[in-house]
Design a binder for this molecule. Structure first.
Ligand code: GLT
Ligand code: MN
Ligand code: MN
Length: 392
């Protein structure tokens, strides 16, 4: 067993739709045969994953009869029991069917909104039956091209009504789930409402059941918007709102690539893992580490399992490197060089008139501080050397 092999405590999960992705894209047909959910569970278990997540229709086809549904769920539960895999998260497909072409919770037709609520309540019933404690909302179709079709404030309000309603449903059923909202700036819509994790965090603060709703940021989605993923995740963590995370790889300025974790922007991936693991000293993230990615279209099914192993292995390598980086005395020295506990104490713990007076009379040599070099060039070079494997 190598240091980088996945173990249960790593909390690695994949969606049925990720390793089950047959390689279809807007210009080309599938390149791999579809693998059934139960075989995906077995394949993931063989790779060392801890859990599998799903949309309602990844498991139960749209329009299946109640009998058919129950049979499929029973067989799936048997595969879970056989492998020990868990289902930490479930979600609803509110984007594939043509009924959602104008959105789901934000659609102009109230019947579409009613259908979306109906479908989501059933998906929550399914998730609860499989033991999921996190329910994700990705509003992929909640957006527009012909913006004249609605007042965007109505979209915002409808989204709020839907989440408020579903929180109550979840509480009433006693499912004990938390909701995690996933932002994306565009694709498949020209513009998607609530386009970034920051927007989601504010939206959550307007909800009736604010405490049970958090975010599910995805690497690719924030990078598409040109943002620092680690900064977005840090804000969510600081607000105790990081309920789930979608890990993958993405080049800036492209379509949603959903690449293998760590295959692009290794520095960004390193800083993310360092943050999640708390190696700098902050509280770590303890929820599931979900890979929302898929294999290159060049791959057959063996390549898909290579892809899955690669996601987990890279995460563990980066964790190892983050630990070594933050234990490096030179790194610590640079980061701690500006420490001043006495002044820090003045800045923490809020306002008081005495503190204000003390701060006003503090003798700070701005010229001297301004002249000082911060050695961040050296710090960044150390990071690069740790990453490239010549240090640590
Ligand atoms: C879809 C999307 C993802 C979301 C999934 C959850 S579905 O694959 O691209 O980012 O996380 O609905
Ligand atoms: Mn995602
Ligand atoms: Mn994506």
């Amino acid at each position: 067993m190598s240091l980088f092999d996945p173990v249960e405590e790593d909390r690695f999960t994949f969606g049925l739709w990720t390793v089950g992705n047959p390689g279809r894209d807007p210009f080309g047909e599938p390149v791999r045969p579809r693998v059934g959910p139960n075989d995906i569970v077995r394949g993931l278990a063989a790779c060392g994953a801890h859990g599998v997540n799903l949309h309602d229709n990844d498991l139960v086809p749209f329009g299946a009869s109640a009998r058919e549904r129950d049979r499929i769920v029973k067989e799936f539960q048997a595969a879970l029991a056989e492998t020990g895999l868990k289902v930490p998260m479930a979600t609803t497909n509110l984007f594939s069917h043509p009924v959602f072409k104008d959105g789901a919770f934000t659609a102009n037709d109230p019947k579409v909104r009613a259908f979306a609520l109906q479908k989501t309540m059933r998906a929550m019933d399914l998730g609860a039956e499989l033991g999921a404690k996190i329910f994700v909302f990705w509003g992929g179709r909640e957006g527009s091209e012909a913006d004249a079709c609605r007042d965007p404030r109505d979209a915002w309000g409808r989204m709020r009504d839907a989440i408020d309603f579903l929180c109550e449903y979840c509480k009433e059923q006693g499912y004990g789930m938390k909701f995690a909202l996933e932002a994306k700036p565009n694709e498949p819509r020209g513009d998607i409402y609530l386009p970034t994790t920051g927007h989601m965090l504010h939206f959550i603060s307007t909800l009736q059941n604010e405490a049970m709703v958090g975010v599910n940021p995805e690497v690719a989605h924030e990078v598409m918007a040109g943002l620092s993923f680690a900064h977005n995740v840090a804000e969510a963590m600081a607000c105790d709102k990081l309920f789930h995370i979608d890990l993958n790889g993405q080049k800036i300025g492209r379509y949603d690539q959903d690449l293998r974790f760590g295959s692009e922007d290794q520095k960004g991936a390193f800083l993310l893992v360092r943050l999640l693991e708390g190696t700098l000293g902050g509280a770590p993230y303890t929820g599931p580490l979900h890979f929302d990615a898929h294999a290159y279209r060049s791959e057959d099914q063996d390549g898909v399992w290579e892809f899955a192993k690669g996601c987990m292995r890279t995460y563990k390598i980066l964790k190892h490197k983050a630990q070594a980086f933050d234990a490096d005395p030179e790194v610590r020295d640079i980061i701690q060089a500006q420490r001043d506990d006495a002044v820090d104490a003045l800045l923490c713990g809020g306002y008081s008139p005495e503190k204000a007076q003390e701060l006003k009379s503090l003798d700070i040599d701005a010229a001297k501080i301004g002249e000082r070099g911060l050695r961040y060039e050296r710090l960044d070079q150390l990071l690069v050397e740790h990453l490239l494997g010549v240090r640590g």
